[in-house]
Design a protein around this ligand. Sequence first.
Ligand code: NDP
Ligand code: MG
Ligand code: MG
Length: 333
Amino acid sequence: MAELFYDDDADLSIIQNRKVAVIGYGSQGHAHALSLRDSGVDVRVGLHEGSKSKAKAEEQGLRVVTPSEAAAEADVIMILVPDPIQGQVYEETIAPNLKDGDALFFGHGLNIRYGFIKPPAGVDVCMVAPKGPGHLVRRQYEEGRGVPCIAAVEQDATGKGFELALSYAKGIGGTRAGVIKTTFTEETETDLFGEQAVLCGGTAALVKAGFETLTEAGYQPEIAYFECLHELKLIVDLMYEGGLEKMRWSVSETAEWGDYVTGPRIITDATKAEMKKVLAEIQDGTFAQQWMDEYHGGLKKYNEYKTQDENSLLATTGKELRKLMSWVNDEEA
Ligand code: NDP
Ligand code: MG
Ligand code: MG
């Protein structure tokens, strides 16, 4: 059974007695920096020369310094820059400023799990990863709620790494919703697998294949869009509220029967065998290395895939239809 921790299990004064540097001010960075500050923590934000988010951080009342200065001042350093550049930011700005007893924090375990960052033995290496996008992390905190977090300690130099991680999680509202203890390995591998096989990759491929099957058979793209993409939200909302059971309770018996007999014809034993291969490539580091090579090689394939999907019939159909539905918020797309 997973170990869960709530507000009463965490001591906020631990993080209040440290100096925290949040490196990066994007989706997660802004949420962590602002909420820690509002929890009475001494925070500075570390941003690179020419950063687009610097002005925003300053407007929001935070002190912004360079990543090197932030790392030198602080004894808890949370790295919230994009995963593929963390190694370089670490080498150039953080490593030279680490002292024994400092703590290095992550919001995702990839760089530690695959050895792209190798911290010295004298520092704690901790993770506090909210299980939700950064903007929601901040909004929930402001509303007195929180997004559940997972927390882990990879290297416990001080012997107090987990207490420190829980205290940090409390500072961003995580312990209000619950913090689950994990390891860097479990977090990284399950997160990559989930987003590839189910949440992003699996779902996008399923939507595309369904949409193409209907339009290639001559049905109207608008009908296919509603059927294969738009309605997915309604189904997922039911699953979120009450599992597959609530979804099946709500749909018609005809839909439920089709679910039982057709689902396994779509996601077959072959699909599951491929999922196991995908997992193996995550576990042995193949995926992480390929992604680093792609990123540092100029994102050629990444941009090709992106452009291809952005120009697809699915995308153009959706764009037109969403214009007619003012309640569907497309602002951040
Ligand atoms: P974003 O892409 O939203 O933000 C990146 C930030 O890093 C920006 O503020 C950017 O500045 C800044 N930055 C870029 N280069 C440098 C640099 N050289 N030095 C200092 N700052 C730099 O990142 P996310 O918040 O999405 O991701 C951060 C971490 O959180 C990752 O490890 C990710 O896996 C993890 N995570 C993210 C989640 C999410 O909700 N997105 C969910 C859970 C974990 P600017 O734009 O101003 O140039
Ligand atoms: Mg992820
Ligand atoms: Mg239907």
